[in-house]
Design a protein around this ligand. Structure first.
Ligand code: CA
Length: 224
């Protein structure tokens, strides 16, 4: 059994490595999100312990990118207590379990064993809003029976909006989740929403992506 730890705090990373090695696991440690994503893509791990706040790329984005690549390795997220990030969100991005810091190593090891027994996660479910559908596993978007070709960025953007269908989503949220919090002008979000509308709405005379003035956007849960 080979486990990947993605954690930038050296003391926590070391404690995890020692705890896991003592139980006979082979362990790799990465201290950056982007590097962790690369490792998890290039090598087959049996489980990943993934911190949320990481340099390079945050843990939610790492998790979502892995799931979008069809990599269903069980993921245990490490979330900060009272942080800006919440656990439900972690699970939404495709994590299998989470622990809040500070955590007990004994409890973490027990839950990790449970994850390993359970094996890889199910395929992510297809998202739907009326006749608009998005299959994250096959990366297919459809309006009715029409298959719509989306770029990876458009796909992530629509996926996040569909995930939160019916709710207002701020541009800042989109920058954080779709662009991994890169320094970005909010006008870029607007440009991408425009691209999406020209693909999923305009040809069908629909308006699934609504603009909410002063906030951002909302995906109409009935598909527009
Ligand atoms: Ca961290």
């Amino acid at each position: 059994m080979r486990i990947l730890i993605v954690e930038d705090e050296p003391l926590i990373a070391r404690a995890l490595r020692e705890g896991l090695e003592a139980e006979g696991y082979a362990v790799d440690v990465s201290d950056r999100g982007d590097d962790g994503l690369w490792r998890a893509t290039e090598h087959a791990y049996d489980a990943i312990v993934l911190d949320v706040m990481l340099p390079g790329m945050n843990g939610y984005v790492v998790c979502r990118e892995l799931r979008e690549k069809g990599i269903n390795t069980p993921i245990m997220m490490l979330t900060a207590k009272d942080g800006d990030y919440d656990q439900a969100e972690g699970l939404d991005t495709g994590a299998d379990d989470y622990m809040t810091k500070p955590f007990s190593l004994v409890v973490l090891l027990a839950r990790l064993r449970a994850l390993l027994r359970r094996g890889p996660a199910e395929r992510p479910a297809t998202l739907t809003a009326g006749d608009l559908s998005l299959d994250p596993a096959d990366r297919v978007c459809r309006r009715g029976d029409d298959e719509i070709e989306l770029t990876p960025r458009e796909f992530s953007l629509l996926r996040y909006l569909m995930h939160r269908a019916g709710e207002p989503v701020s541009k800042q949220d989109l920058i954080e989740h779709v662009w991994a919090g890169d320094e970005l002008d909010a006008s870029v979000v607007q440009v991408y929403v425009g691209y999406l509308r020209r693909k999923i709405d305009e040809p069908y005379g629909r308006a699934a992506i609504e603009t909410i003035r002063g906030i951002g956007y909302r995906l109409n849960a009935s598909g527009g």
